[in-house]
Design a protein around this ligand. Structure first.
Ligand code: GLN
Length: 393
């Protein structure tokens, strides 16, 4: 029988929740963010973009299908802490190799259960993402609060080097080889090379500190900038690298953090959203086709579009989020005209950029989403078409 151990969760504004230790017993700090996905907790936990974040799951029952050998998005759990309401007592799935609580404990991930995660989420939605501490070793909220306030903030956090691969590796194309892509690993998820491989792409995954020579030495037909944790405003090295790729007109695709970096390379700023987008049912408009896709998101920052006085989503009170539509405007940059290709229909946040004069595009969300939805999978076809165009140019 498991012994129940009390635990506390304290937000940096002092709000305190009481629950029970879940996973590892101990103390942890990070940025409190909520994820509204009803499924895919194993992919969430192992997504490197959650490094230094304490993830709150709004779905009340977590762990039902246990953990399996197939669904990890990287080699380990990255979340700094885990907050759930009602952990499953039994794992039930034909692929399950064990229980979630045991996996969390084995990897030293401090969590808390028995939390009213909806109340906590509403608080974060109104006040914004903020630092948090969880402790099952000190039951004094005041003492924990002072440690929470000493923990590092997400703004200004430069985390790519902490999650990137130490050594380059190759993911081979499935079937006939068509293209070679050099992927800069800023916190890549396994499903990106997999979706590329399905299009005949061999992906060379390279460490975050790679140079343009390293990228091109792979024989790459195109370059990919991966998702990843941290504040894009700190990623000066990758931004300069992206500018070099653009100068050479090598086809370039960026997802999430990669999108923000490409945005910076094109001359745009980035800003922090109030509470971010994390979940798997975010509606996004593809402005090229007029189609709405239901998509997976995990971002706390976004590209700032010039001329919009107040960036959407930066407002912390949901009712006050401005409803202005992104103008169908072409902004002239060092690399020619750039347009917003995708926009989030919940709050008009820029969700994609398309360069008109250089072969580059980005999305802020996750076409590689596992466990889905797969509406945005076509973006990998667009990438393949861009590469094909580049080969024929
Ligand atoms: N998934 C990602 O690539 C996240 C990008 C960035 N760290 C953000 O929070 O916005």
């Amino acid at each position: 029988m498991t012994v129940r151990k009390p635990a506390i969760l304290v937000l940096e504004d002092g709000r305190t929740f009481h629950g029970e230790a879940y996973g590892s017993v101990g103390e942890t700090f990070g940025e409190a963010v909520f994820n509204t996905g009803m499924t895919g907790y194993q992919e969430t936990l192992t997504d490197p973009s959650y490094h230094r974040q304490v993830v709150v799951q709004t779905a009340p029952h977590i762990g039902n299908t246990g953990v399996n050998d197939d669904d990890d998005e990287s080699g380990r759990i990255w979340v700094a802490g885990y907050v759930v309401r009602d952990p499953a007592r039994v794992s039930s799935n034909w692929r399950a190799r064990g229980g979630l609580a045991d996996r969390l404990a084995a990897e030293g991930v401090v969590g808390i259960s028995g939390i009213d995660t909806r109340a906590l989420t509403r608080h974060l939605r109104e006040r914004g993402a903020m630092r948090v501490g969880i402790s099952s070793v000190d039951d004094d909220p005041q003492a924990l609060l002072s440690r929470v306030r000493q923990a590092p903030e997400m703004v200004g956090a430069d985390l790519s080097a902490e999650v990137s691969t130490a050594q380059p590796y190759v993911v081979e194309a499935e079937g006939e080889h068509r293209y070679t892509v050099a992927a800069l690993d800023l916190g890549i998820k396994r499903n990106v090379p997999r979706r590329l491989a399905a299009r005949g792409v061999t992906t060379h995954v390279l460490p975050a500190g790679s140079t343009i020579e390293d990228l091109l030495a792979t024989g790459a037909d195109a370059v990919f900038f991966s998702p990843g944790p941290g504040d894009p405003a700190t990623a000066d090295g990758p931004t300069e690298l992206a500018r070099e790729v653009l100068r050479r007109r090598v086809p370039l695709f960026g997802i999430c953090f990669g999108s923000q970096i490409l945005g910076r390379a094109l001359g745009f700023g980035t800003y922090k959203l109030g509470y971010g987008h994390r979940g798997i049912n975010q509606p996004v408009l593809d402005r090229a086709t007029g189609k709405v896709e239901v998509t997976s998101h995990n971002h706390g920052f976004a590209v700032a579009w010039p001329g919009r006085e107040q960036q959407p989503g930066a407002v912390r009170v949901p009712g006050a989020q401005p409803g202005a539509v992104v103008p169908d405007q072409v902004v002239e940059t060092d690399f020619g005209g750039v347009q917003v290709s995708h926009v989030c229909l919940n709050d008009n946040v820029v969700e994609g950029l398309r360069a008109r004069d250089v072969p580059a595009f980005t999305v802020q969300y996750h076409p590689e989403a596992a466990a889905g939805p797969h509406d945005a999978d076509y973006l990998f076809d667009r990438f393949a078409e861009l590469i094909e165009g580049g080969k024929n140019a």
